[in-house]
Design a protein around this ligand. Structure first.
Ligand code: NDP
Ligand code: OXD
Length: 309
């Protein structure tokens, strides 16, 4: 029998408990799954970043921390954490992200706001462009960026992806590194930021890089708030360099009521809802990693603590 500590907020327990138990049973894993287990008896920690658990020192026999979130910026630097950390790559979350990004790309591409907000009786025909006439750039070609790229290619868009290391993906122009960023941004009529929050990615979109984008470009940020310099974005929105931004994530969440993004006419704010981890599919991912740990196989989705993601 192994002991699995569920270290997340109580509302998460209600969402996850039954699905984790079903997945454990399906994998033939005999486990005690609970929210409270003596620290030195815990074998695995299922974790959410807003958990009260911040000191991992007493968890002397734990084999891994299994994060329920894709982003790990609030745990990756925890110096008391000496065991492997796996982040969440959840098919349910991925589907949600692909849907959310596709919807916002299509909104900008087709200029849907014109029709949705227009209350006049104007009948002037306006032929929408085709996706093949539009360049979309995705900063971050990881689990989510690649899935979003595949969906956008299926819709016909010209897709460029940018990552840290060199990549190849059918139908996608893949660029990487510092040199690739300027090239990518110069194409970005619509730019999706899907990078993790690390020291290297902070302010990827700043005054200089925003100026490298085509005038009137659109930005969609479901990645993390610090990827964008807020003041530089507001200036670019005010002077028309950026036509509109849809922002799901922020440096401070909830976004403070006094933040200028709320009232800006060219910003859409969504409350970090682009893609939530889905308990049914995520439970299967967590249990697969526990199975691997017990079988002595390598864990999936391990975080590189040096890179920070
Ligand atoms: P991955 O780790 O799979 O992918 C990250 C991508 O970013 C990789 O392509 C990586 O490059 C690239 N990258 C990292 N650092 C750099 C850098 N310095 N320069 C260029 N590229 C870099 O992450 P996911 O795709 O699963 O998730 C991405 C982010 O999305 C998460 O970290 C999280 O912040 C956010 N997220 C937001 C959600 C929401 O609801 N708003 C939900 C889920 C996730 P390489 O491939 O070379 O390693
Ligand atoms: C995540 C998120 O990282 O929801 O999973 O942002």
């Amino acid at each position: 029998m192994i002991n699995i500590l569920f270290a997340a907020q109580p509302d998460r327990w209600q969402k996850y408990e039954s699905h984790l138990r079903v997945a454990l049973k399906a994998a033939n894993i005999d486990a005690n799954l609970a929210q409270d287990i003596p620290a030195d008896e815990v074998d695995y920690i299922v974790y959410a970043p807003n958990s009260e658990l911040q000191d991992f020192t007493p968890y002397t026999r734990a084999k891994a921390v299994l994060n329920l979130w894709a982003g790990v910026e609030t745990i990756v630097g925890n110096e008391t954490l000496r065991i492997p950390l796996a982040r969440m790559v959840d098919p349910g979350l991925t589907s949600a992200m692909v849907e959310w990004i596709s919807a916002h790309v299509l909104r900008y591409h087709l200029g849907l706001d014109i029709d949705i907000l227009n209350r006049s009786t104007d009948w002037t025909p306006r032929t929408p462009p085709l996706a093949q006439e539009r360049q979309v750039v995705i900063l971050g070609l990881g689990a989510l960026g690649q899935s979003a790229a595949a969906a956008l290619i299926n819709l016909g868009f010209n897709v460029t992806g940018w990552s840290r290391s060199a990549k190849e993906m059918a139908g996608v122009t893949c660029l990487h590194g510092e040199a690739g960023l300027a090239d990518a941004l110069s194409r970005a009529e619509i730019c999706v930021t899907l990078l993790p929050d690390t020291a290297a990615t902070e302010n990827t979109l700043n005054a200089q890089t925003l100026a490298q984008m085509p005038r009137g470009a659109f930005i969609i940020n479901p990645g993390r708030g610090p990827l964008i310099d807020d003041s530089a974005l507001i200036e670019a929105l005010d002077n028309g360099q950026i036509a509109h931004a849809t922002l799901d994530v922020f440096r401070i969440e909830p976004l403070p009521v006094e933040h200028p993004f709320w009232a800006h006419p060219h910003v859409t704010v969504t409350p970090h809802i682009a893609a939530e981890t889905r308990s049914v599919t995520a439970s299967q991912v967590i249990v697969e990693n526990i199975r691997r740990g017990e079988a002595g196989e390598p864990f999936l989705n391990l975080v590189d603590r040096t890179l920070g993601y």
